[in-house]
Design a protein. Structure first.
Length: 234
């Protein structure tokens, strides 16, 4: 594989090219499979997206080439306007949603949600981190006179995702508290107390237990005395 980075850059509204190299056989095969065509000028050679394609199709080809080259462990960069939407992540989440819909046991649901809920690897946490960087750039680097207000808006979006990540963490924790006998899709009915976290159940049991030997329960408070009626002696 080549040690030089490959660069997928845009040269027009409907065209992109790969600069860098040299290219080995695998890189050339991946570029051809994605839809690039080789171009040679006599002094240089490169791979280019066909010029007669619509911008959306050109972006799709560039994104496919970027994904395949990275999967093959090539060092590759891409112009921001050609960067593919993270469709692979969306497809994976959609597949996980289907598995949750078909799950026969709550354990499967918890196992699929847990990686998303983890604050270190959760999707929401990563997106929040990305948006936070955009907010900091907007606050510091932007030339807009009203950049501080824009930065606050972007920070707000990042914080909303951070809050959602925390809520997802709590959801997974709450699901893990469900008793084993209630985790099946068609679990039989059980006592209402079984739907409570064990710590809560224990606390209720302690508060409901009778006083032991030598322990006196607090007497009820005496009712407040009414003031005497006017004209009568107390």
């Amino acid at each position: 594989m080549t040690a030089s980075p490959l660069h997928i850059v845009s040269t027009g509204p409907a065209m992109g090219l790969v600069a860098g190299g040299p290219y080995d056989e695998l890189a050339a095969a991946l570029l051809r499979q994605a839809g690039f065509v080789p171009v040679s000028t006599g002094r240089s050679s490169y791979w280019q997206i066909p010029e007669d394609l619509a911008p959306a199709d050109a972006r799709e080809i560039a994104g496919a080439a970027y994904d395949m080259l990275r999967a093959a462990r090539y060092e590759v960069t891409i112009a921001p306007e050609l960067r593919p939407v993270p469709a692979a992540v969306a497809r994976e989440i959609k597949a996980m949603a289907g598995e949750i819909a078909d799950a026969e046991n709550l354990d499967t649901v918890i196992a699929l949600l847990a990686p998303l809920a983890a604050s270190e690897t959760g999707v929401l946490a990563e997106i929040s981190w990305l948006i936070g960087h955009a907010a900091r750039w907007t606050a510091v680097e932007s030339a807009c006179t009203y950049r501080e207000g824009l930065a606050r808006m972007v920070f707000g979006a990042a914080q909303a995702l951070e809050v959602a990540q925390g809520e997802l963490n709590r959801v997974v924790a709450a699901l893990s508290w469900v008793p084993e006998q209630m985790r099946g899709r068609n679990a039989p009915p059980v006592r209402a107390e079984a739907d409570t976290h064990p710590q809560v159940t224990a606390a209720r049991a302690r508060s409901a237990s009778p006083a032991g030997p030598g322990e006196q329960s607090s007497p009820p408070a005496a009712p407040a005395r009414r003031p005497p009626a006017p004209g009568r002696r107390p």
